[in-house]
Design a protein around this ligand. Structure first.
Ligand code: DGJ
Length: 516
């Protein structure tokens, strides 16, 4: 059974009994239909993903109340098997980007029974209330039915390895639900678990305990409890690992409350979500901010001792590709650009469908091509805390990755040869590097537009060099085939004299070091 496990502060998603690295891509929202899949697979195959993320639509699965039709989910499982990839199913239920657009038509037609959130001015907004027992009951029933069906059809093969419960829960346009049902609950005492999680000793109502933040925190708690019930109902049928994803707030300057998706598992309310939704294995950030400071800050905020890092959605524009190694190097279970297919759909009316897709995804393709043969190895080493990654940032052109006695030094935009040249960065900053420690002085290295070298502990470099100096015992280019290293050639001379130079081809080096 796939499961999430933790050890010494590191996480692994176990699939078939071993740590799994999810090299994923998420298809567009309206692509998971049988007639679309022929336009999905070529892009995913070119990218060499090992995992597809695809939605299951509640509206399609329960066309009339209590009558389930699993054809769409079955189609995804069958196609994933045919293409030898694993599947992450995304349950588009009560919330999809904060709205209820995927609930079945018979629910949409009965707003009294399945009410929307009401804002402070008494206006109904485009988001369903987390305080509506009928909505929760319907979602739980449907999700449980899906999981029961998956157990029956995939319970031994495990094509589906992970399930996302809802999609970007929360509400735009209101801090919380100000309906009578919402207000009654808002007037109740804050549960002790929430006070402990938020490290406050105050007691009383949400307003008394949290003041200005009360509305947002209450909404987060209400949605977390709701999602927990849905997840628990599904897990009771079939206990796959489950997570929910977050539309983020700005991690550096969040601005005023209400300027993000309220109630979502944003960084400020992660502790509330943790106690509110213990049935979820993790909370995952959808990262659509391509600047280095924000991207890496988000990674640091979500890679917590109590939360495994997974990036189930990120931009698929070229500026995002370089974060793949940084995500994995922070212990990430997986990485997945969003909207990867050639169905001609999406949210941008100005995009030219299918145009030059091979160029657009070139670096994503590189990432997975180099990682695919070592996905299991990297996942295992990551579980042992032995993998580090770097994404180029625009102003500093050197990043050091510390491994105890050795430090990997990654330089971006370093001129040819050595000769005192300083790294100037790539324009635009596309570089990335991933270093995995295989033994005390043995490393696996892959990088894109970067020079990587190693410095032993105690070394002083440059004109007044002293202490131990780095010596390459052996630098082999090669790959793993069925878990066995196959060397293609030994790098030496120009290829190693100034450091290890990586361009844009998927090169993997196994480096053995010593000092002199
Ligand atoms: C985040 C959502 O989770 C996706 O389903 C999709 O709507 C993207 N945003 C749009 O880019």
């Amino acid at each position: 059974m796939p499961k999430l496990v933790a050890q010494d502060g590191h996480y692994a998603l176990m699939v078939d009994g071993a740590p799994y690295l999810m090299l994923g891509a998420q298809i567009h929202n309206s692509s998971a239909w049988p007639g679309m899949m022929a336009k999905v697979w070529p892009t995913l195959e070119a990218m060499q993903v090992n995992t597809m993320e695809a939605p299951v639509y509640w509206e399609a699965m329960e066309p009339s109340e209590g009558k389930y039709d699993f054809a769409q989910a079955d189609m995804l499982v069958a196609q994933a098997r045919e293409h030898s990839v694993r599947l992450v199913l995304l349950w588009f239920g009560t919330w999809k980007n904060g709205s209820g657009h995927y609930i079945p038509e018979w629910m949409k037609r009965d707003e009294a029974k399945y009410p929307h959130v009401v804002n402070e001015k008494g206006r109904t907004v485009d988001s369903l209330s987390p305080h509506a027992p009928a909505t929760l009951a319907a979602d739980k029933r449907a999700f449980a039915a899906l999981m029961r069906h998956l157990k029956a059809t995939d319970g031994t093969r495990h094509t589906v390895i992970l399930v996302q419960v809802e999609n970007e829960t929360g509400t735009y346009g209101s801090m919380r639900d100000y309906s009578a049902a919402g207000n009654t609950r808002f007037e109740q005492e804050v549960p002790g678990a929430v006070r402990t999680a938020m490290k406050t000793t105050k007691t009383g109502t949400w307003e008394a305990v949290f003041g200005d933040e009360a509305d947002e925190f209450f909404h987060a708690w209400s949605i977390a409890r709701y999602v927990d019930e849905v997840a628990a109902a599904g897990k009771a049928e079939y206990g796959l690992p489950m997570y929910t994803n977050a539309a983020l707030r700005d991690p550096i300057s969040p601005g005023r409350q209400g300027h993000w998706e309220n109630g979502a598992p944003t960084d400020d309310v992660l502790p509330i979500w943790k106690v509110g939704a213990p049935s979820l294995d993790l909370l995952a950030p959808d990262i659509y901010m391509d600047d280095h400071a924000r991207y890496t800050k988000v990674l640091d905020l979500y890679a917590r001792p109590d939360n495994a890092l997974l990036v189930p959605e990120t931009g698929s524009g070229p500026a995002y590709a370089r974060y793949c190694f940084a995500v994995i190097g922070r212990g990430g279970l997986g990485f997945s650009p969003f909207g990867v297919d050639a169905t001609g759909a999406g949210s941008d009316p100005n995009a030219v469908a299918g145009a030059k897709s091979e160029d657009r995804y070139a670096q994503f393709n590189y990432n997975y091509e180099v990682l695919r043969p070592v996905d299991r190895l990297i996942a295992r080493l990551n579980f042992e805390g032995k993998v580090k990654g770097s994404a180029e940032q625009p102003t500093a052109h050197v990043e050091e990755l510390a491994f105890g006695d050795w430090t990997a030094v990654v330089q971006y935009g370093r001129p040819q040869f050595g000769n005192g040249g300083q790294p100037v960065g790539n324009t635009p900053p596309t570089g990335e590097a991933l270093v995995a420690q295989m033994g005390p002085a043995e490393f696996l290295v892959m990088a894109y537009h970067a020079r990587v070298d190693f410095r032993p502990k105690g070394a002083v470099e440059g004109a007044s060099a002293s202490g131990p100096q780095r010596q390459f015992l052996k630098v082999e280019e090669g790959t793993y085939v069925d878990g066995v290293w196959k060397a293609l050639r030994i790098w030496n001379g120009d290829e190693t004299d100034y450091g290890l130079n990586f361009r844009t081809s998927p090169v993997m080096l196994r480096v053995t070091l010593a000092t002199y």
